[in-house]
Design a protein around this ligand. Structure first.
Ligand SMILES: Nc1nc(O)c(N)c(N[C@@H]2O[C@H](COP(=O)(O)O)[C@@H](O)[C@H]2O)n1
Length: 247
C-alpha cells in the first residue's frame, strides 16, 4: 500500500529542490522545480481539511442523537483523562482487546495507541511494521501520540494512502470496542443522553471543538453516534457485553 513517489527531474532550464525532514529512510515531503517561468510542485501535500461545520448545532445534534432536544441540550466538555468525563478521552488508559483484519487477537493499551498505529497499518514496508510495533509498545497514550504524529510528519509515505478517509472509521471501531467491553464506561456514556459531547481540545480542529467552537469535534460526534446506537440496542436487545471485539 506504500505511496509511490517519483523524484521530479529538473527541466533543461530549471532546477529542483527537495526537502528532507529526517535522516530516516523517508521520501521528501514536497519538491519544487522551476521550468522556465513556471514552478512545478510535486510530492505529498497534506489534504486541507473541510473546516465548514463548527460544533454541531443542537438541531443537527438531535438528528444524530434523538435524545438531545433543542430545549434542554447542554454541552459537556471533556479533554484530559483526569478531568470529569476524562474517560471519554482517547488518552484514558483503557486497553482494547481486538482481533485484527487477519483474525489475530491483539491488545492495545488505549484507543490512542490503536488510532496512531492504524496510520501505518496495511503499508507494505518493513519500516511501517516497525513503527506500528513502536507505537503499540509506547508506555503511555501521550507517547503513542507523539510517535505516531512524528512518523506521520517525517515519513508521509509510510502513512496508508487512504488515511484521511479511513481515520473516522478506525476511530469508530476503537471507540465501539472501548464502550462495549467496559460496562461502567458504557453506563457513563449513556448517562450523558441529552447532552452535546465536545472534546475541548484547543488545538485539534478535526477531533476536537477548538478554542472557540471552530473545531469539527469528530470525537464528540462519534461518541454521540455510539450513544444513540447503544441506546437503540438497549431498547431492542438484552445482549450482554463481551470482553473483546471482532472487527
Ligand atoms: N494533544 C492531545 N492531548 C490530549 O489529551 C488529547 N485528547 C488530544 N486529542 C486527540 O489526539 C488524537 C488526534 O491525533 P492526530 O492529530 O490525528 O495525530 C485524537 O485521539 C484526539 O482525540 N490531543
Amino acid at each position: 500500500m506504500g505511496k509511490p513517489y517519483t523524484q521530479p527531474t529538473a527541466g533543461i532550464t530549471g532546477h529542483s529542490t527537495a526537502f528532507r525532514t529526517s535522516p530516516m529512510r523517508c521520501t521528501p515531503l514536497v519538491a519544487h522545480e522551476t521550468v522556465g517561468p513556471d514552478i512545478l510542485i510535486s510530492g505529498f501535500l497534506q489534504p486541507i481539511p473541510d473546516l465548514t461545520p463548527i460544533i454541531p448545532s443542537v438541531n443537527e445534534t438531535s438528528a444524530i442523537d434523538p435524545t438531545v432536544t433543542p430545549d434542554d441540550a447542554r454541552i459537556l466538555f471533556f479533554y484530559k483523562a483526569w478531568d470529569p468525563y476524562g474517560a471519554f478521552s482517547n488518552f484514558s488508559p483503557y486497553p482494547l482487546h481486538m482481533t485484527d483484519e487477519n483474525g489475530v487477537y491483539l491488545t492495545w493499551p488505549s484507543v490512542e495507541h490503536y488510532y496512531q498505529a492504524h496510520k501505518f497499518i496495511g503499508v507494505n514496508d518493513p519500516l511501517a511494521r516497525d513503527c506500528i510495533e513502536k507505537i503499540k509498545s509506547s508506555k503511555s497514550p501521550e507517547e503513542a501520540a507523539r510517535e505516531g504524529r512524528k512518523i506521520q510528519k517525517q515519513c508521509p509515505d509510510l502513512v496508508r494512502p487512504d488515511w484521511e478517509t479511513a481515520k473516522i472509521d478506525v476511530m469508530y471501531k476503537a471507540l465501539k470496542c472501548k464502550f462495549s467491553i467496559y460496562p461502567h464506561l458504557n453506563s457513563l456514556l449513556l448517562s450523558t443522553a441529552g447532552s452535546v459531547l465536545v472534546e475541548a481540545s484547543p488545538y485539534d480542529l478535526f477531533w476536537g471543538g477548538g478554542r472557540e467552537g471552530e473545531g469539527l469535534n469528530y470525537l464528540g460526534r462519534l461518541l454521540m453516534q455510539l450513544r444513540s446506537e447503544f441506546l437503540g440496542e438497549s431498547l431492542t436487545s438484552s445482549e450482554s457485553s463481551s470482553e473483546h471485539c471482532n472487527l
